[in-house]
Design a protein around this ligand. Sequence first.
Ligand SMILES: Cc1cc2nc3c(=O)[nH]c(=O)nc-3n(C[C@H](O)[C@H](O)[C@H](O)COP(=O)(O)OP(=O)(O)OC[C@H]3O[C@@H](n4cnc5c(N)ncnc54)[C@H](O)[C@@H]3O)c2cc1C
Length: 464
Amino acid sequence: MASLSTATFIGLRRVPSPPSCSRAPPGDLAPVHPPHLKIRAAKTSPKLSGRALRVAVVGGGPAGGAAAEALAKGGVETVLIERKLDNCKPCGGAIPLCMVGEFDLPLDIIDRRVTKMKMISPSNVAVDIGRTLKPHEYIGMVRREVLDAFLRDRASEAGATIINGLFLRMDTPESGSRGPYKIYYTQYEGGSAGGTRKEMEVDAVIGADGANSRVAKSIGAGDYDYAIAFQERVKIPDGKMEYYKDLAEMYVGDDVSPDFYGWVFPKCDHVAVGTGTVTHKSEIKRFQAATRLRARDKIEGGKIIRVEAHPIPEHPRPRRVLDRVALVGDAAGYVTKCSGEGIYFAAKSGRMCAEAIVEGSENGTRMINEADLRTYLKKFDQTYWPTYKVLDILQKVFYRSNPAREAFVEMCADEYVQKMTFDSYLYKKVVPGNPLEDLKLAVNTIGSLVRANALRNEMSKLTQ
Ligand SMILES: Cc1cc2nc3c(=O)[nH]c(=O)nc-3n(C[C@H](O)[C@H](O)[C@H](O)COP(=O)(O)OP(=O)(O)OC[C@H]3O[C@@H](n4cnc5c(N)ncnc54)[C@H](O)[C@@H]3O)c2cc1C
C-alpha cells in the first residue's frame, strides 16, 4: 500500500529530492521518463532580435501571480491581466506549510496558524488530529484577497506589468508558425466602469484564469467535471472566536455533502463555513444549512458578512498545452479530490510553467515552442500525480456512505494515519511508508470498513 510521509525539509525549505513516481495520469500528458534518461535536442528555435520574449499571463490568482514573478525574474517581458485587482476569490484559504517556505510568504499575511483539526463524523464523533505536529508545523489560513495581492505585487516588483483588464479572446497564429498571438481585452483605468477595448501581441500565453477559463476555451482545451463549493464568512463573538484561534473543523456526512466535506476554517476576525458537492449541485444550499447546523453551538450569535460560491475542478482538462499556450492552476484543473485543495498546486504549476518558458527561451532571448511547455507538464505530473491518485482513492473509499465516513473518522484517531495525513498535506510528498505500520493500518482499515459495512447492513434492515 502506498503511503504518505515527510519530504526532506530543512527548516521550511525543501531539499531537492528525485521525483517519486514514473507513471503519468490520463489526458494529454507527455510520456514520463526516468530522470537519468532525459534527452535534450539542440536548441533550434530562433534568437529574438532587439527584444525579449513577450508572455501574457491571464488571471492574477496564485497561479498567475507566481507565473508572472518567475517569468519577469527570468528575463521575459511579462504582462499580467487581472479583471479585478481586489478580487476576493471564494476560498477556504488553507495552505500547506511548504508553501510558506517555497514562496517566501511573510508571516503577517497568514491570518491563523492552525495546529488542531477536528474531524467530525456523521454521528458527531469528533476526533482531534494534529497531535503528531512538530512545534513549528501548522496549516496556514489566508484571506485570498491578501495572498493574491501579495503575489501580484511581488511579480510587479520583479518587473511584470500588471494590467487591470478583462481578457476577452485571442487570435492564434497558424499552428507551428512563429507569428504572434493577438489578445483582445478591456482595460479598466481610473475606476472607469466600462473600460477601454485594447489589443496586444505576445509570443506565448499562460491561462491562469481559473475554473471558467476563457484561455482554455480559446484553445479548445475541453471540459472537466466540477464541484460547486459554497461558503459563508461568519463574524462570531470574540469569545467564540477564541475557540477557533488555532483550530479548524471538517464535518463529514450525507447531511453536509454526499461526496465532499463541510468545513469551519478560522480567519483573522471571522470563520469561513462551507461545503461542496459534485453530484448534487442543486442541493448545495441544503448542505450548507446542515453544515451551519452541525457547528451551531460554536458559531451561534454570528453574523454572516459574505456569501460566496464557485466551481472547483475535479480533474485536469483533456488538453493543457497547445502550441505556445499553457494552462495552469484551476484553468488546467489541478485541485485534489478528497481535500479540495488547489492554492498550492496553482502557485506551483504557475511557477513551473514560467520556469519552463524561461529555460526554453534561454532567459527570454529565443522563441519557444510546444515542446518547451510540455516540459512543465511532465515535471508537474511526475511530482504530483501520486498525491492526486492517493486522494482520489481515499475519496472513493471513504466518502461513499455514512458508515464508511464513520470508519474514516475512526481511522483518523490512529497516530500513524495522522502523521501520514499531515505530513503529506504539509509537505506534498507521497513516498513508500513504514511497511509494518502500513500493514497495521491496512488491517485496521479493513476492520473499520467491515464494521462500517455491518453497520450499513443493519441500517438498511431497519429502513426496509
Ligand atoms: C469555496 C472554495 C473553498 C476552497 N478552499 C480551498 C482551501 O481552503 N485551500 C485550497 O488550497 N484551495 C481551496 N479552494 C480551491 C482554490 O480556491 C483554487 O484551487 C485556487 O484559487 C486556484 O487558483 P488559480 O490562480 O488557478 O485560480 P483563481 O484563484 O480562480 O484565480 C483566477 C484569477 O483570474 C481572474 N480572471 C478570470 N477570468 C479572467 C479574465 N477573463 N480576464 C482577466 N482575469 C480573469 C480572476 O479574477 C482571478 O483573480 C477552494 C475553492 C472554493 C471554491
